[in-house]
Design a protein around this ligand. Sequence first.
Ligand code: SF4
Ligand code: FES
Length: 250
Amino acid sequence: MSITITIDGKPCVCEPGEYVLEIARRNGIFVPALCSLKPVLTERGCCRVCIVELVEDARSKVVVSCIYPVERECEVFTQSEKIVRERGMILALLKLLAPDATLIAQLAKAYRAPDLDRLEPNPEGGTCVLCGRCVEACSLLGTSSLAAVNRGVSKEIATAYHAPSATCIGCASCAGVCPTDAIPVVEDGAKRTIWNKDFELAYCEVCGELLGTVASLEHAATAAEVEPLFLCPVHKQKVLAQHLAHPYKP
Ligand code: SF4
Ligand code: FES
């Protein structure tokens, strides 16, 4: 049976078990989130940027909204003084980890993140906040070319030994899901370079639209047990329509 909670004073109908972040988004209420990308990826709850204050039976607690399931009526505050302060601290720490990430700098400013002068920012600079989205996206594609390597301050996302990965197909899904644009993808018209590996680019044989890398099209075709087609969606449909217009004759 549906229940009604309030988020920043707005009544929001939801199903028991729904996550607070989903309910907020469905109701047009913005909560910053870095590692969550539902329904494409699973919830990891690692960046903590999405914290909110939840009041139940007159008791208040801070919860991680992307992994907190609502079970009964409650009040949620996404911008309370406590949340702005705690989120600001989380963003200040993320800024030390990824000092060159524009998004983190913008969020840190918006949430009045304190200056943590006494702590050293990541000496390598960089834009990765170690959210894990890229690793999961790569694993979902069955390529698993990326992993978090090392520990502590040297932790990073990389291919094995930083070498060109034998399984990487250059699809750039990792770059597509990265919230901070931390994965460089370089294209020169004929080839794409990503994770220290070069890939031949494929174009639609009819209109010349860029389709992706040859390796990624072959990978998708192998998974679907069909021959790779170097056609854009529009021309694929036209080819299919031609086939339908000329039914098979024995
Ligand atoms: S490269 Fe991007 S997606 Fe991957 S862990 Fe870092 S911030 Fe997240
Ligand atoms: S978005 Fe919720 S913990 Fe990262």
